[in-house]
Design a protein around this ligand. Structure first.
Ligand code: SF4
Length: 382
């Protein structure tokens, strides 16, 4: 097994502690708020100089990993300008992710993650947080700063505001998307339109659909994903297909009604586990097998249960992905333990075999998929 894979599995489960950290980061990596430096993933006072993602390279292979800083982790990261390394893994070349200059001016709706993933999120926040039914693993929380944006969960009648002024908002997104593309250096373009909960099942989906339709030229030409909650009116999924987007994705997170109720109370309240599965099946009827995706959070239910769900979904044409659970500081499950890294590796091998057996493509690529080992396993690196 490649040392970058072992290190990635450890970083995703144990987190990483800051060692020698010297200021300042070179300017090309230093973009203040959104991606390189992320409060969500950090607990140290010096967080402003710490990166939220790193590229690990060895033997001509490279992967990206999200950095979860944890003072007590046995893994220690040193950062001295562009010289970055992890104790015990000196054979691994650790690189910072060079930021797209558009990051400096873009609003929170358009963002660059990993090396080559560009996403448009038409509104900031998730109404589940306001109702107290947020997913138990979700570490995000309402940010009062968002009140200055009209497209946020603090806006009254957000859906109505969207419908009345969507042309204006779409033009604003377009300006920022084009700004990112002007400086694009990534080997691919993984283009995502995604959203969280707004008002009701169809409202959030229709807002996303308006955005996706507007950007359909980009969606047709790129590795594109429409990542939403399902609509109540399943016929809206047909409209998503007409935009030419490659994949539609509804994240189910866990397998089984009881786990669903416990882990994702908002989704349980407004849908049900059975409806979620029904929506995925409907999407396969429209998009075809291997063009519908879902995501699980690995480590919040027995691995055997997650595997059961993945097998069943893969069998009906859905590509199951996963992200490794880590207890985020502000989440309801902040005191839960993450899975063991050895178990994650074993699971990753099993999952890689599952995707290969169906000929399913893993999510994005190794330089954009930060929280799982699925790309690496399918390539036989694990
Ligand atoms: S849907 Fe769940 S995970 Fe996503 S933002 Fe809302 S509460 Fe968080």
């Amino acid at each position: 097994m490649e040392s970058i894979i072992e290190l990635k599995a450890k970083m995703l489960t144990l987190g990483i502690a800051p060692g020698t950290i010297k200021n300042p980061l070179p300017d090309k990596y230093k973009f203040e708020t959104k991606v390189v430096v992320s409060d969500r993933h950090f607990t140290n006072k010096e967080r402003k100089i710490l990166p939220s993602e790193l590229i690990l390279e060895h033997n001509g292979k490279a992967t990206i990993v999200k950095t979860i800083f944890k003072e007590t982790s046995p893994l220690v990261l040193h950062l001295d300008g562009e010289k970055v390394y992890v104790d015990g893994y000196e054979d691994v070349k650790v690189r910072l992710v060079k930021r797209n200059p558009a990051d400096l001016t873009s609003p929170p709706f358009v963002g660059h993650v990993g090396v080559d993933k560009l996403s448009v999120v038409p509104f900031v926040g998730c109404f589940y947080w306001l109702e107290g039914v947020n997913c138990r693993f979700c570490g995000a929380s309402p940010n009062p700063e968002w009140k200055k944006h009209e497209l946020s969960i603090f806006t009254k009648n957000l859906y109505k505001v969207w419908k009345e002024r969507k042309e204006e908002f779409l033009e604003m997104f377009e300006k920022h998307v084009q700004n990112f593309l002007r400086y694009w250096e990534g080997p691919h373009l993984h283009f995502m339109v995604m959203g969280n909960w707004v008002e009701n099942q169809d409202a959030q989906f229709e807002i996303g659909l308006d955005v996706l339709s507007y950007f359909s030229d980009i969606a047709k030409k790129s590795d594109s994903y429409f990542i939403m909650l399902p609509p109540k009116s399943l016929g809206l999924i047909d409209k998503a297909y007409e935009t030419g987007v490659k994949y539609i994705q509804f994240n189910i997170e866990v397998w089984g009604e009881e786990y669903f109720k416990e882990a994702v109370p908002g989704k349980h309240k407004y849908y049900s586990f059975d409806f979620y599965v029904k929506a995925l099946k409907y999407a396969v009827d429209v998009f075809g097998e291997g063009n519908v995706r879902t995501n699980f959070v690995l480590g919040i239910q027995p691995f055997s249960k997650t595997k059961e769900g993945m097998e069943k979904l893969a069998d009906i044409g859905v590509i199951p992905s996963y992200t490794v659970f880590h207890p985020r500081p502000k989440s309801a499950w902040r005191d839960r333990k993450p899975p063991f890294w050895e178990d994650v590796l074993e699971f990753a091998r099993w999952h890689g075999d599952l995707l290969r057996s169906y000929g399913y493509k893993p999510y994005a690529c190794p330089l954009s998929s930060r929280s799982s080992l699925e790309n690496e396993a399918v390539r036989g690196w694990v």
